[in-house]
Design a protein around this ligand. Structure first.
Ligand SMILES: [Zn+2]
Length: 212
């Protein structure tokens, strides 16, 4: 997912004075010396538009993929990245993303599955959303303000990650990617068209994979 747009979180800055306190961190900062930045696939590339394969091998190759994904995400100034966004057909995403409660979440999930929310827990938040694979475009999209994902870590151990606000949006956005869905696929026809127009008019600040 792309970094927050300027208008995303106006309600967090009610007073607009003191700089935000340093975020509490949940998770470990990755060792960036191990990975290589790869170019980002964009809407229209087939790898983004079908369900990715489940990961079955929890090996060195998976660790290397996760290292490359972190480096690629930071190079593109994203807050989340799915493997198919660097052209790899495998169910893995990484994130380094703040929630709405002052916590910075860092990690990865392999074979993620989004938990169904209990009916009473579904509160929609219609903040702005962007995607590294739809460069320079943003659109408002209503999503539940809480999300939980279960899956595995790179060693195959079960994990569960949950979050609120912007991080909940990230967890939903990245899981969607691995099932072949972009956020623009959830927009009205008109808003989708507008997002694609923004993309056509903008120039990404990071390397992308050209579509044929
Ligand atoms: Zn995305």
């Amino acid at each position: 997912m792309a970094e927050q747009h300027d208008h995303t979180h106006e309600h967090d800055h009610e007073h607009g004075e003191a700089p935000a306190a340093p975020l509490k961190v949940v998770g470990e900062e990755p060792d960036l010396s191990k990975g290589t930045a790869r170019p980002i696939t964009v809407v229209g590339n087939p790898v983004l538009h079908h369900e990715c394969k489940d990961v079955a091998a929890f090996d060195a190759g998976l660790s290397e993929l996760i290292d490359d994904m972190f480096v690629s995400m930071y190079a593109a100034e994203g807050v989340g990245l799915a493997a198919n966004q660097i052209g790899v057909d495998a169910k893995v995403f990484v994130y380094d993303c703040p929630d709405d409660e002052g916590v910075r979440h860092i990690g990865h999930v392999v074979n993620p599955v989004l938990e169904e929310l209990p009916a009473g827990r579904r509160v929609l938040d219609d903040s702005n959303e962007g995607c590294l694979s739809v460069p320079t475009a943003y659109a408002e999209l209503a999503r539940p303000d809480f999300a939980a994902v279960t899956g595995q870590d790179k060693d195959g151990n079960p994990v569960r990650v949950e979050g609120t606000g912007f991080f909940a949006r990230c967890l939903q956005h990245e899981t969607d990617h691995l099932y072949g869905q972009l956020y623009i696929d959830r927009l009205s026809k008109r808003d989708r068209k507008d997002a694609l127009r923004q993309m056509a008019e903008g120039t990404p600040k990071y390397a992308t994979v050209p579509n044929d």
